[in-house]
Write a protein that binds this ligand. Structure first.
Ligand code: MG
Ligand code: MG
Length: 250
């Protein structure tokens, strides 16, 4: 079932996403070689609770942390740990959710730790462009297929893979609502977007094959071929005029 949001609901979601973006930015600024992903997680949790929100992922189906921290060939859902230290040359994907007045925010970024290979840098840049291209498609009357196709076109033109096993989603009073938002599709196909719909668009892009495997921890999803992956995400509202990237400083 799809829930369209009122303007008041969108304002709460904007606040929740502001906290998420603040936590992501703080993580990015703090992340250095030698730091553990558990330290980043504690920092992000503090940013969210100091801002009056609650971490959305902690306890979600038993997930133990505020952030998902996914390094190099890990795509999504990596678990922060005091035993995982960042190294020069890693790429780190950080995904974060927050709840404000019962409404969810959900966003993610990928960034380099120190100097990284030019290929890693390009994967990060292309994945960010996939998200920006997808956001440009969001307006009343557009189709979900337009959104997925925009991601797929940008990724595949660059020679990268598009993960199929995980998709974006509606978001609001729950972290995951209908509809599913795949990162592939056909223009002009799928659900027609209406004002008040909010979707989390989250391209997960791989350097090689898009095939995925899940670690024994039951969470961490990594590329089957061991090549790099990147992930960016915004929560995006459909408005009468087009779209609103919730929580983003304009
Ligand atoms: Mg997310
Ligand atoms: Mg999401």
């Amino acid at each position: 079932m799809i829930f369209l949001k009122s303007n008041d609901e969108l304002r709460f979601m904007d606040q929740a996403n502001r906290l998420v973006h603040r936590a992501l930015q703080a993580s990015r600024e703090a992340a250095k070689p030698g730091m553990t992903t558990a330290e980043l997680d504690a920092l992000a949790e503090r940013v969210i609770t100091d801002g009056g929100g609650q971490p959305a992922f902690k306890g979600y189906h038993g997930f133990p942390a505020t952030l998902c921290t996914s390094i190099n060939d890990e795509i999504v859902h990596g678990i922060p740990s005091p035993n995982v230290r960042l190294k020069e040359g890693d790429i780190l994907s950080v995904d974060c959710g927050a709840i404000v007045h019962g409404y969810y925010g959900d966003a993610a970024i990928t960034f380099p730790i120190g100097r990284v290979s030019s290929k890693a840098q390009r994967l990060i840049e292309v994945t960010k462009m996939c998200l920006e291209d997808a956001v440009e498609q969001v307006k009343p009357g557009a189709h979900l297929g337009d959104v997925g196709a925009a991601v797929q076109r940008r990724a595949e033109e660059a020679g990268f893979g598009v993960v199929r096993d995980f998709v974006g989603h509606g978001v609001g009073r729950a972290l995951h609502e209908d509809p599913q938002v795949p990162n592939y599709g056909k223009p002009g196909h799928g659900l027609v977007l209406k004002p008040g719909l909010v979707i989390a668009i989250e391209p997960m892009i791989t350097e090689g094959s898009w095939q995925v495997r899940i670690d024994r921890d039951g969470w961490t999803a990594r590329t089957e071929d061991g090549k790099l992956a990147a992930h960016f995400e915004y929560s995006v509202a459909v408005t009468e005029q087009g779209h609103w990237v919730l929580g983003r400083e304009e």
